[in-house]
Design a protein around this ligand. Structure first.
Ligand code: ZN
Length: 234
């Protein structure tokens, strides 16, 4: 497959499209060499992956003829920014909860605004909760429903930065289909418990966990299809 367009006798504008990357590279070339589009199959047989002056990105993972910024950049699964702050959780729990935290941390200004404008109820969220999301909030997946997990979704102690998620609640979340749905539950409950670590009372924590759920849902539409009650948080 060839792409060349004669503009002047000496100059050819070459459009080289790397469909695999969904990006386009414009370059001016010399008309002496035909520029081959990176096609997986061509009339000339399988494309060579060695140094031959042709970038065969579609078929070759590390063709030396391809620009280095296009090589070896298969997208990897996003990872939570602070995995060290998440303890005793499964890989899936860690990823989903951690990435929900990161998303709220990244959108903190808007999120905080939202919490501070709940139905005319004025509250100053302050730096403590922001720090939990952006810097120092910890998550522990508890392994027993006894103790403070008895009859609770989660718990937190004041003067501490940990949200303890209880097994029965984690099990409820695990049975919800759709990652964004499960993350809506994590977002709401983590906000609730971390609010307690910021010396907020239970009523305030309930009001803001509700708002957090709504904020997450609005920003992950239409993926979030559940209500807060599905998170066992009414
Ligand atoms: Zn509470």
């Amino acid at each position: 497959m060839k792409l060349s367009r004669q503009r002047t006798p000496t100059t050819v504008l070459v459009l080289c499209a790397f469909f695999l990357q969904s990006s386009f590279v414009l370059a001016e070339g010399n008309s002496q060499f035909p520029i081959l589009l990176a096609a997986k199959d061509s009339l000339d047989g399988p494309p060579p992956c060695g140094s031959d002056g042709v970038c065969n990105m579609a078929a070759c993972k590390a063709d030396p003829d391809c620009p280095t910024e296009l090589q070896d950049n298969t997208p990897s699964t996003p990872q939570p920014s602070r995995p060290g702050d998440i303890k005793d959780c499964t890989a899936q729990q860690q990823d989903e909860a951690g990435l929900a935290v990161d998303w709220l941390a990244d959108n903190w200004s808007e999120f905080e605004n939202r919490l501070e404008n709940i139905r005319g109820w004025s509250v100053n969220i302050g730096n403590c909760l922001r720090n939990r999301f952006q810097k120092n909030g910890k998550i522990v997946c508890e392994q027993s429903n006894n103790g403070r997990c008895d009859g609770a979704n989660a718990w937190a102690a004041s003067l501490n930065r940990k949200c303890h998620l209880c097994p029965s609640w984690l099990n409820t979340v695990a049975n919800i289909s759709g990652m964004e749905n499960r993350q809506a539950c994590y977002a709401a409950l983590l906000t609730h418990e971390w609010a307690h670590t910021c010396e907020r009372g239970h009523k305030v924590a309930e009001i803001i966990d509700n708002e957090t759920f709504g904020y997450w849902k609005e920003n992950h539409s239409p993926a979030v299809t559940i209500g807060l009650s599905s998170c066992r948080m009414d």
